[in-house]
Design a protein around this ligand. Structure first.
Ligand code: KIV
Ligand code: ZN
Length: 525
């Protein structure tokens, strides 16, 4: 370990593609994973946890490809405490310039009960599996899952065994989001004081946000000596999510006076990554989310409009530019040309090839005809819908006309193209959206259940685009579709169809372990 790492350098370990993607409905396609990994690598993330290779053939392929394309980051894969998982993980990461195996086992009484291992048997298992991983790879991370609820003596014992077996990073997960800042710090301090060899390895903190304290808990662990933070973009993750990368990184940057740590993150790339992760996962970012929420810098427009305030730091603790937001956001309109669109998208972090720009420009013109001013948020929505085609959509919305209003019945006349063949259906429903969804189900019947239907306006005004999210569940598989349009019913139809297309992609994923989720973490395999 270098002196710098030990004293003030905090490693950023991003697990958006593993713990984040595990969030029900957040499944990303193969290409989306590669794109996010590339953006994370360019942003300066130190370690990318690219997936859980044993979980499915798709996860394995994604981790292997990310391993090969990564330029700077260490590429890590997850493995349970058994040889089969660890070997598969090594197969996936070994093509990386800097591979890492991350292996774990649940050490708390609650988690020990499920594989029914005694404390001694589990200790032996840790020794064997970490040694096996270390024989394959010289960079091994070990996690005692649910460390926070593990008896302190047993936690110290298992950490010592893992270090002796060759682990180079010890991660301390708060798997159920139960800890507080003081406890999070005390546990790291205790491990540093009590465990022989603790000063030779890096301690990591991995917090879940069930009590809304993930950021505070991670930073407290760093204050106590942890030097790796595990986090996800937008705090994506199961239940209330993981520590948000943008929050911990910006907190250390803004409060360097009392947290004298540094990361290698290029913070100006944060906003673009936040938007892309929101788009590909289908998880909208809440308006008042710290750092990346729509309102996080909302006072900016007031300052610009009245031009009165001489000193921005009256209200600002950080500048919008620090996270890659342009301070002045001038809308485009129907007279804006291709060059202006390219320049604006470039500012927003989208680098388009000529053909892609041509497609996006056509869609932009259609939107600008319907909407006087096209804002950054409209372009973000447009880019998401343009990207949707990458998934080889089998189902497309070709035509929709609805009858709605105070007099029932409301109805929808819909044409979908399914595998190249147009099919038409007219249905009545309890409102135009209900009628439209019924027509979709008539044309393309599935057993998928609608779990969530959410609409929000992208910008202000009655001509604003509506972004619609639709979450479907089929046999335990959950997918989220999104779409935006100035017509809310059209956006709803497209979002439903987008979710169906994602479901079809998921159905194609094969293999007995196609969906290893948290439940299966309790099997040690
Ligand atoms: O939350 C957790 O405990 C995990 C482990 C697999 C590290 O994600
Ligand atoms: Zn986790």
């Amino acid at each position: 370990m270098t002196n710098e790492t030990k004293q003030d350098r905090v490693l950023i370990f991003d697990t958006t593609l593993r713990d984040g993607e595990q969030s029900p409905g957040a499944t990303m396609s193969h290409n989306e994973k590669l794109e996010i990994a590339t953006l994370l690598d360019e942003m300066g993330v130190d370690i990318i946890e690219a997936g859980f290779p044993i979980a499915s053939e798709g996860d394995f392929q994604a981790v292997s490809e990310i391993a090969k394309l990564s330029k700077n980051a260490v590429i890590c894969g997850l493995a349970r405490a058994n040889y089969k998982d660890i070997d598969r993980c090594w197969e996936a990461v070994k093509g990386a310039a800097r591979p890492r195996i991350h292996t774990f086992i649940g050490t708390s009484p609650q988690h020990r009960a499920i594989p029914n291992l005694t404390m001694d048997a589990m200790a032996d298992r840790i020794h064997e599996t970490v040694s096996h991983a270390r024989n394959l790879c010289d960079n091994v991370q070990w996690s005692p899952m649910d460390a926070i609820r593990t008896e302190h003596d047993y936690l110290c014992r298992t950490v010592e065994i893992a270090i002796k077996a060759g682990a180079t990073t010890i991660n301390i997960p708060d798997t159920v989001g139960y800890t507080t800042p003081r406890e999070s710090a005390d546990i790291i301090k205790m491990l540093l004081e009590r465990v022989p060899g603790a000063d030779e390895i890096v301690f990591a903190t991995h917090c879940h946000n069930d009590l809304g304290m993930a950021t505070a808990n991670a930073l407290a662990a760093v204050d106590a000596g942890a030097r790796q933070i595990e986090c996800t973009i937008n705090g994506l993750g199961e239940r209330a999510g993981n520590t948000a990368l943008e929050e911990v990184v910006m907190a250390m940057k803004v409060r360097g006076d009392i947290m004298p740590y540094h990361t290698e993150i290029d913070t100006t790339k944060i906003m673009n990554l936040s938007r892309r992760v929101s788009q590909v996962s289908g998880f909208a970012v809440q308006y008042n989310k710290a750092i990346v929420g729509k309102n996080a810098f909302a006072h900016e427009s007031g300052i610009h409009q009245d031009g009165m305030l001489k000193s921005a730091d009256t209200f600002e603790i950080m500048r919008p530019q620090d996270i890659g937001l342009s301070g002045t956001s001038l809308p485009l309109g129907k007279h804006s040309g291709r060059a202006a669109l390219r320049a604006k998208l470039g500012e927003m972090g989208y680098e388009l090839g000529d053909n892609q720009l041509k497609d996006v420009f056509v869609r932009f013109k259609e939107l600008a005809d319907r909407k006087k001013e096209v804002y950054d948020e409209d372009l973000t929505a447009l880019m998401r819908d343009s990207g949707a085609g990458e998934q080889n959509e089998r189902i497309k919305v070709k035509f929709l006309r609805v009858i709605c209003g105070t007099e029932a019945p409301q109805s929808a006349d819909l044409i979908l193209e399914v595998d190249g063949v147009e099919r038409q259906e007219t249905c009545q429903g309890d409102g135009p959206v209900d009628a439209t969804f019924k027509a979709i189900k008539e044309i393309f019947p599935t057993s998928a259940r609608l779990q969530l239907y959410q609409v929000h306006a992208v910008t202000e005004g009655t001509d604003a685009q509506a972004t619609v999210s639709v979450r479907l569940e089929e046999d335990g598989k959950i997918v989220t579709g999104q779409s935006a349009d100035t017509d809310t019913v059209v956006a709803s139809a497209k979002a439903y169809v987008n979710a169906l297309n994602r479901l079809l992609v998921r159905r194609e994923k094969t293999g007995p372990d196609a969906d290893v989720k948290m439940v299966k973490y309790t099997d040690v395999g």
